[in-house]
Write a protein that binds this ligand. Structure first.
Ligand SMILES: *Cc1c(COP(=O)(O)O)cnc(C)c1O
Length: 471
């Protein structure tokens, strides 16, 4: 009789507690595949007369369990793993900032799979420049004369300052010499670009006259920085951008603004596009289109914060200044790749064609009404309640993150789970497939669905169910 008859039926193996534990961690599909492969391997070995120590069903079962345990223990996970962000922090830098919309993904896919006009002019058949590629899209989205793209805002500000003010003074308010997340320190960026820092005013108050008094033949530029993740209250004063721009124009000094968030402006949306609370919050957020209107000569911002696009830095502004920046040798070192251009262009067009609400996930997350989140949270709550006694719906706050709108938050509904060891549950959620990242509030594990794609609600529910079952 065939020695392979000692191999147990797959269904029997799938019911084994060890296999079920693997299924809970890695998902049914991958475990079934691993089991099929292990059975195939064992069958081949037995029929070839190998694996002499396997004589009965118990031996075969033990051998198969050992094989798939090793397969999963040594399985190499991709370096970069997709996770579900249930933290409620929309622009989460550690989790890759903005998720891209379907238009951006399709554009990237198309360009990635073949060749493209990255540096090629179809009309003339001659070499083109990537640094002018998004000129039109950026003009339409921001109202500026011209625009260019770099790897990130740190690079964009460095090259802008190097091109416009190396060896000269850059005037900046003492209140704006800030550090932004991930080690972006304004004085360091200035030094790296070869410019000389010229501080004016005081930490809490700087007036237009302070800037004007510092302008001299040595001046290369005036720099204005959105303090981003930092907010001062009390006895403070900071000139309006328009007033600063008028003075800079009168004295013929370029005014650079590090705007940061890339929020384009509420004027691109219908009046009722956002819930009132969120609308008020966004009305307070500095907007790129407003900066351009108010006369900033060059505005720098990120592609992957409130613009909701790929990681990149963007500079928009006066044509003559942008041309000087494009010509600087550092542009070669900070240039963006074709995938970035494809995704950014599609994202910008979603805004200018009135599709941002459906096509840009960051905008969708910002705009999702509290009632819609509550309805999704209720479904998750009801599902988890079947498995676990201590699940609650609670009011809470989602945050924008990424240094935008510091200290401000949008109302949300949290699904909270009580457990005697909240950090252990969080760890099991991180260990699942897909990993789920959540946070602890008052000793309870809380999931905020605002930052979860509604299409992933079911996957999240399954992942949470498994993490709770493994307690
Ligand atoms: C986020 C931010 C930066 C850094 O942008 P990166 O694209 O991450 O380099 C710089 N300045 C401001 C004001 C920011 O908010």
């Amino acid at each position: 009789m065939s020695r392979a008859r000692v191999i147990p039926a797959v269904d029997l193996l799938l019911g084994h507690p060890e296999v079920q534990a693997l299924t809970a961690r890695h998902g049914a599909g991958p475990v079934r595949d691993a089991l099929d492969a292990a059975i195939q391997g064992l069958r081949t070995a037995l029929l070839a007369g190998d694996a002499r120590d396997i004589v009965d069903r118990t031996d075969a079962e033990a051998a198969l369990l050992a094989r798939i345990a090793i397969a999963f223990a040594t399985r190499r996970r991709a370096a970069l793993q997709p996770v579900i962000n249930a933290t409620g922090v929309i622009i989460h830098t550690n989790l890759g900032r903005a998720p891209l919309g379907s238009g951006a993904l399709a554009a990237m896919r198309e360009v990635a799979a073949g060749y493209c006009t990255l540096e090629f002019d179809l009309a003339s058949g001659q070499r083109g420049s990537r640094h002018a590629l998004l000129d039109r899209s950026l003009r339409e989205a921001t109202g500026a004369d011209s625009g260019l793209v770099t790897n990130n805002t740190a690079a964009a500000m460095t090259v802008a300052l190097a091109a416009l003010a190396a060896g000269r003074e850059v005037i900046i308010s003492r209140g704006e010499l800030v550090e932004i997340g991930g080690g972006f320190r304004v004085p360091d960026i200035l030094r790296m670009s070869g410019a000389v820092l010229r501080e004016v005013g005081t930490t809490n108050r700087t007036r237009v006259a302070d800037y004007a008094a510092a302008v001299s033949p040595r001046t290369g530029a005036i720099l204005r920085v959105h303090p981003s993740n930092f907010r001062m209250a009390g006895f403070t004063d900071r000139p309006g951008l328009g007033d600063l721009a008028a003075m800079a124009r009168r004295l013929e000094v370029p005014l650079l603004e590090d705007q940061g968030s890339g929020w384009l402006g509420l004027d691109l949306f219908d009046a009722d596009a956002f819930p009132a609370e969120t609308r008020a919050l966004l009305a307070d957020e500095p907007a790129v289109r407003a900066s351009v209107r108010q006369g900033a000569d060059v505005v720098g911002f990120s592609g992957d914060k409130l613009l909701g696009g790929p990681q990149c830095g963007i500079l928009v502004g006066r044509q003559d200044l942008l041309d000087r920046i494009r010509a600087h040798p550092l542009m070669r070192a900070v240039r963006a790749d074709k995938l970035t251009y494809a995704a950014l262009d599609a994202t910008l067009q979603a805004f200018t064609q009135g599709r941002a609400m459906s096509d840009v996930p960051v905008v969708r997350m910002l705009a999702e009404p509290a009632e819609a989140i509550e309805a999704r949270a209720t479904r998750l709550h009801d599902r988890l309640r079947d498995d676990h006694a201590d699940v609650r719906l609670e009011g809470g706050w989602s945050t924008i993150g990424g240094g935008s709108a510091p200290g401000s938050a949008v109302a949300t509904t949290l699904v909270s789970v009580g457990t005697d060891a909240a950090d252990r549950l969080l760890a099991r959620m991180r260990d699942g497939t897909p990993p789920v990242i959540a946070r602890i509030v008052d000793d309870r594990v809380c999931a905020d669905l605002r930052t979860v794609d509604p299409a992933s609600d079911q996957v999240l529910a399954d992942a949470l169910t498994m993490a709770l079952a493994l307690r």
